[in-house]
Write a new protein. Structure first.
Length: 477
């Protein structure tokens, strides 16, 4: 078992101020693979102090100097790429093929996206009225990241903080801390000055809250549940710091009668099941036009029955376990609620798949004949669970799609380009995917309503870590 009790503070690996061990479990085996320390408010104080001290000098570095550091980090990450993929498979349970092709890849893609954006950024410009506008690093940033796409969110927060000249303290999820510790090794090797990046493990109510409340933290960037995001916002309110949030989702996926059903329904099911359904932007509500509803249900059932769970260490397109027993319990409760509320089970259902009594494996599940009042249609399941519901008209589809507290992503499947654009413009979501169009590195990621505020990735991701200053002079610049 790995001993990972130390934190990374002020350029050094240091012991926690008080012993508080937590075992990290492999979700496929339920066995411990590492032990970490759970940080306290005192550990957060130490990390924030280091970041505050480092900000005084790091904030004055030039863009070229920071770009050189980011390029070094990129080269190191590429060299240790396989190690990152294996680490995520071990602690998250993502199958190794998925970890290699997706989970680890985001660490390269987002970093390159920020490098490209920083090269295009204008830190000083003259406004049409002659005043000078400056973009300056916001200060010391508190970063709290989740377990489901761990290095994705770490890269989307740590990289823009360091790219803009800010400093940071990272608290990763205690369920998947090992990839964060590996990333800290990479940041250290790249040569970022001591104190610019710090890492303290811990849970939300203790280490996370201490970070959000801290008077010397200038900005909080949080990714996780809407419930936890609200807590972060409340904790941060007393010190009036900036808060950016990337929260939950219940993304609608509208399939019109003129769509390529075989291609788009198949793709929709697979997208929903990707990462064991543990994605905030997963297309979990499949809205199908009534004229093709039965056909779409038939395709979804066939594809769902072909989906398999399997050992995460084996290559292949199978589905891995959920991250923890807590998450397993939540998903099971919502599957059972769907059955109780009268939704028709096409595939899967409650309980574990045959042959997988050990590990937090769930049956890939598809419900048909769902309506938008059911819990499985309104609550974020965060497992491989798809809900299919019918609609008649375009107007009704838009109404159902927008009838949610969330607004992260939406999906439109149609053979009519004009309809696609028209519907996309009316969906209350931060991102709309048309006919399988993927999210690309460098584009903004984020949502409306209770899916959060702010945007991550590329130029928009840099802006959240920058303050805007106007310089007024007696003469035009």
């Amino acid at each position: 078992m790995l001993d990972k009790r130390k934190f990374y503070i002020n350029g050094e690996w240091v012991a926690p101020l008080a012993a508080n061990d937590l075992e990290v479990l492999n979700p496929a085996t339920e066995k411990p693979i590492a032990v970490i320390s759970m940080g306290t408010a005192a550990d957060i104080d130490r990390a924030v102090a280091a970041a505050k001290k480092a900000f005084a000098s790091y904030s004055r570095t030039g863009v070229e100097e920071r770009l050189a550091l980011l390029e070094k980090l990129l080269a190191i990450y590429k060299r240790r790429y396989d190690e990152m993929a294996q680490t995520i498979t071990m602690e998250l349970g993502a199958p190794i093929t998925m970890s290699t092709e997706q989970q680890a890849d985001v660490g390269v893609g987002h970093l390159q996206g920020f490098i490209d954006a920083l090269k295009r950024a204008h830190m000083r410009e003259v406004l049409p009225n002659g005043d000078v506008l400056l973009r300056e690093p916001i200060g010391v940033c508190g970063l709290i990241t989740p377990w489901n796409w761990p290095i994705n969110q770490i890269a989307l927060k740590v990289v823009p903080a360091l790219a803009t000249g800010s400093t940071c303290v990272l608290k990763p999820s205690e369920f998947t801390p090992l990839n964060a510790l590996l990333y800290a090794e990479m940041v250290h090797e790249a040569g970022f000055p001591a104190g610019t990046f710090n890492l303290v493990n811990g849970d939300g109510p203790n280490a996370g809250a201490a970070l959000s409340k801290h008077k010397d933290i200038d900005m909080m960037s949080f990714t996780g549940s809407t419930r936890a995001g609200i807590a972060v916002s409340k904790d941060a309110a007393d010190t009036v710091k900036r808060v950016t949030l990337e929260l939950g989702g219940k993304s609608p996926n509208i399939v019109f009668e003129d769509a390529d059903l075989e291609d788009r329904v198949t793709g929709s099911v697979l997208e929903c099941f990707n990462n064991s359904g543990q994605s905030c932007d997963a297309p979990t509500r499949l809205l199908v036009q009534k004229s093709v509803y039965d056909k779409a249900v038939e395709i979804a059932e066939r594809v769902g029955k072909e989906a398999r769970v399997g050992n995460p260490t084996e290559e292949g397109s199978h589905i891995g376990p959920l991250v923890s027993d807590i998450q397993f319990g939540r998903v099971q409760a919502l599957i059972e609620a769907g059955i109780a509320e009268g939704a028709r089970v096409l595939v899967g259902g409650a309980g574990k798949p045959d042959g997988f009594e050990t590990g937090y494996f769930v049956k890939p599940t598809i419900f048909a004949d769902v309506n938008n009042t059911m819990r499985i249609a309104r609550e974020e399941v965060f497992g491989p669970v798809l809900s299919i519901m019918p609609f008649e008209t375009e107007e009704e589809a838009i109404e159902i799609a927008n009838d949610t507290n969330y607004g992260l992503a939406a999906y439109v499947q149609t053979g009519d380009p004009m309809r696609a654009e028209r519907v996309a413009s009316r969906l209350r979501a931060g991102m709309v995917h048309i006919n399988g169009g993927p999210h690309r590195y460098g584009s903004p990621f984020g949502g409306y309503k209770q899916s959060g505020n702010g945007r991550e990735g590329g130029m928009f991701g840099l802006e959240d870590f920058l303050e805007v200053k106007t310089v007024h002079r007696p003469d035009a610049a």
